[in-house]
Design a protein around this ligand. Sequence first.
Ligand code: MG
Length: 383
Amino acid sequence: MKTITILGSTGSVGRQVLDVISKHPHQYKVVGLSAYKNEHLLREQLDKYNPSFYYYPDGAVEVQSSVFDFLEETKYTKCLSSLEELAKIPVDIVVLAVSGIAGLWAAVAVLSRGGTLAIANKETIVCAGRHLKMLEKKFGGKIIPLDTEHSAIFCCLKGEEKKQVKNLVLTASGGALRDMPIDKLSSVKAEDALRHPVWNMGKKVTIDSATLFNKGLEVIEAMRLFEVGAENVKVVMHRQSIVHALVEFDDNSMKGLFSVPDMRLAIDTALSYPAHGKNSVEPLDLSKVGTLTFEEPDYDRYPCLKLAIEAAQSGETACIALSAADEVLVEEYLNGNIKFTDIAVALKKVLAKFSKSGNVGLESILGIDERARKYTYDIIGVK
Ligand code: MG
């Protein structure tokens, strides 16, 4: 039986991880859970999975007091003082499914004890991926990606020689607004941008899919996880979301991973590693799919993708700054304070300001993140 901690268990990814675990109750034991603000769901999950530990941050006073009430009731479940402390509990796999840079120190904690980290937290990979890979090698742990595209690459690389890999190819569905005329994008409402044609995900990643900034983050993520240059990660539009990613080898052959679009495959891949899972998702009937199409991305439609690729080429400072700025911009777009097209306009300004080359030390990441957020608020004139 594998023991598992899920950091961010009430979010979209965390809930799907618990869904996979529920289907295999004899294979997995939940040891730790954490949530950021959904106390109600966390209570339900604690009841159902009865983990030994959990973490819930100090929030508003009324939330805090009810958490303390709750503590009294659940005397067998211990509330820890930080995400990092929970990450340090030795279990077979820690799933990092929190949103944003908040997952950074938890990821460092898991790898510093030589643990296995199944990571869905893009921002942490984008900002600190190089450090995470160093810790993985130094302490003998393992990083397993949970992002569908990177999980696909991870599978395609099994048994392959890294030196024979020429390019990694990420596919992109195009997001919720892929068929909207470009001149209509400035007035698009958040509820329309949130209606993804294929994937059902959290709000931040769904808006990022509509701008394709998400794919830009995934380019950086692929560079960090698989230790390749920006020039070796390609993006291709693929509306059907059946081929999740491909690896191109020196002989110009390509190997891709096909499945119905369902994140639970990547989750099962991570939890079952090194074996395959079993019936993780619905079978894929290729004759029903019929046609698979692939196209070049249109950078006029998706300027955010281009900016993220420029950041990837520029260096770590630009990647950290752009990722932080985007968190602010997506939130302010969802709050109705800026237009959809303002996201790209502001990102461009942030990229111009934070283009310093060279590597960034682990201790400097949060400082750059903070400066980029502040600069972004100055640009858009909110706060
Ligand atoms: Mg993805």
